[in-house]
Ligand binder design. Structure first.
Ligand code: VG1
Ligand code: CO
Length: 540
């Protein structure tokens, strides 16, 4: 029985950097999820006859949401939905499924690195047929539909059992329940030299992977333990929990402090890594050696040819604008095109589809390639393992050699979280208004050379995206970027990104190396006074 339920628009259903994110309690409100899902269907021209992929990272409300979305897809005439067993799929695995099954798109349930649980966050992302996050034209159409919605359609049917792999019928629609790991693991085996990595483990190399109680646990177990022979204890926090064990599944030294303690302690393993809620981010850390995501991206660009899937070399590379220019140095040395895009993976899609970039990355711990259309946490881990297996060097040695060859881009991001939204907007507006006059002005100990409000013209389809962050360059080559987060659910989060380059000194503490840029940021933006904060909440 298909039901048509009258509804009215709900304010604020505007997808941000990566899908629609709200408090779980808001998603549980009457018609909240239904309105947004119907708006997706309406925004993409309906789902009649289409094949979709569906799954999420297992956080609270995942199970209920999957059932609702299946009933809504069936009611709107979808031919088939391919859903991960128990409603689970990591973001990169969903992207892969959309591609290999030639689906028309997919719905991924996750608020990524945001905490989950009844008091945490939930999210819904829509990916298009290339497997990537919907571009802005599509998210705008979805938002537009959400402001005009008058009714939604849903099957009146009992919940399906999604615990068993195989086909189930829901009205006219087929629901195909698939193993969430199998196809993804097969893809990884094609890209990386599993024999060499297995030999590395056999030689006594030790690893610790922290799944942070999120979606990558089952993937890491299958790939690292079952297929590559790492001991079972190599994977920690491996069972996905609805509240991620009360943690914050963001793989950085602050939130992955348990792993950092192990890696910086005595008898640390050779290699440590972590992933986020939905499995698309990664943290790389060697024994006593943390690798910033920007450096990791540069190291991967310089060494990807050591992995069989990339032996033919890279067509080009891309980074988000705030990400450090360590990647650009590798690109220049290797004669590769290098693109700088706005923040968010959706901006890499066209470059990947057009074959202009093979490798992409963001300073926020996202790295990936053209194997899918999302960033991919375990992919980055396997890439590092493949590089280490080929070089037989420690992580610290790889970093030292990299800096000796390319120089070091010291880099840090300071986040001021949950600040007053109006104060943060005003801070940005005031600085934006002064950008034109900043060149030549002193900013604390530095002098501004150029200042711009970053906008991006997509080289493939010509679409223009404006107001993507304030970028200020200083004499001596240092750089400062300020932007507001598009993934938070409370107040505003100001992100301050700082970078400076040294061709000679590679052993400084990043905060010390960046002291002048930190002072310049404060002098230009008056962050502490305007936001009423003494210090950033998170420093990465
Ligand atoms: C953050 C990161 C950005 C990333 C996005 C989604 O966005 O800065 O680099 O693409 O999260 O990541 P923002 O707008 O809060 O700065 V995740 O792991 O949601 O898929
Ligand atoms: Co994520």
């Amino acid at each position: 029985m298909i039901q048509t339920i009258p509804t009215t628009p709900i304010d604020g259903q505007k997808p941000g950097t990566s899908g629609l994110r709200k408090k779980t309690a808001i998603f549980r409100q009457k018609h909240y999820l239904e309105n947004f899902v119907q708006s997706i269907w309406d925004g993409i021209g309906g789902v009649a006859g289409k094949v979709l992929v569906l799954g999420g990272d297992g956080r609270a409300f995942n199970r209920e949401a999957v059932q609702t979305i299946l009933k809504m897809a069936a009611a709107s005439g979808a031919a088939k939905v391919i859903v991960g067993q128990d409603g689970l799929l990591s973001t990169p695995a969903a992207s892969n499924l959309i591609r290999i099954r030639q689906a028309d798109g997919g719905v991924i349930l996750s608020a990524s690195h945001n905490p989950g649980g009844d008091d945490g966050d939930f999210g819904v992302k829509f990916n298009t047929a290339n497997g990537g996050p919907a571009p802005e034209g599509v998210t705008n159409a979805i938002f537009d539909a959400s402001t005009r919605i008058t009714e939604f359609h849903i099957m009146d049917a009992p919940d399906l059992d999604l615990g068993t792999v195989g086909d189930v019928q829901l009205g006219q629609m087929v629901v195909e329940v698939v193993d969430p790991v199998a196809d993804y693991a097969a893809l990884m085996e094609k890209l990386f030299d599993f024999t060499a990595i297995r030999a590395l483990f056999n030689s006594g190399f030790t690893l610790r992977f922290d799944a942070m109680h999120a979606i990558t646990g089952p993937y890491a177990r299958e790939i690292l333990v079952n297929r590559l022979g790492a001991p079972a204890e190599s994977v920690m926090n491996a069972v996905p929990l609805p509240d991620f064990g009360g943690g914050h599944p963001d793989p950085n030294p602050v939130w992955a402090h348990e792993l950092m303690g192990i890696m910086m302690g005595e008898n640390a393993p050779d290699f440590g890594a972590a992933s986020d809620g939905d499995g698309d981010r990664n943290m790389i850390v060697g024994r006593g050696a943390y690798v910033t995501p920007s450096d990791s991206l540069a190291v991967i660009a310089a060494n990807a040819h050591l992995a069989p899937g990339y032996a033919q070399g890279l067509a080009g590379v891309a980074r988000s604008m705030p990400t450090s220019a360590a990647l650009d140095r590798v690109a220049e040395a290797r004669g590769l095109p290098c693109y700088a895009t706005p923040t968010g993976w959706k901006f890499f899609g066209n470059l990947l589809d057009a074959g202009r970039a093979t490798l992409c990355g963001e300073e926020s711990a996202g790295t990936g390639s053209d194997h899918v259309r999302e960033k991919d946490g375990l992919w980055a881990v396997l890439m590092w393992l493949n590089i280490l297996a080929a070089k037989r060097q420690s992580v610290a040695e790889v970093m030292a050699a990299h800096w000796a060859e390319f120089g070091r881009n010291y880099y840090s991001r300071h986040d001021y979280e949950g600040v007053d939204a109006a104060a943060a907007e005003t801070l940005m507006d005031d600085l934006r208004a002064r950008l034109d006059k900043l060149a030549g002005e002193a900013a604390g100990p530095l002098t501004v050379t150029t200042a711009e409000d970053f906008s991006y013209t997509d080289p493939v389809d010509g679409s223009v995206t404006t107001r993507q962050g304030l970028q200020i360059m200083f004499d001596g080559g240092a750089r400062l970027v300020l932007r507001l987060s598009g993934t938070g659910t409370e107040g505003a989060t100001l992100r301050v990104y700082m970078e400076s380059f040294s061709g000679e000194r590679f052993d400084q503490d990043p905060q010390a190396a960046l002291a002048d840029v930190i002072a310049a940021a404060e002098a230009l933006a008056g962050i502490k006074a305007r936001l009423g904060r003494d210090a950033p909440d998170v420093v990465t």
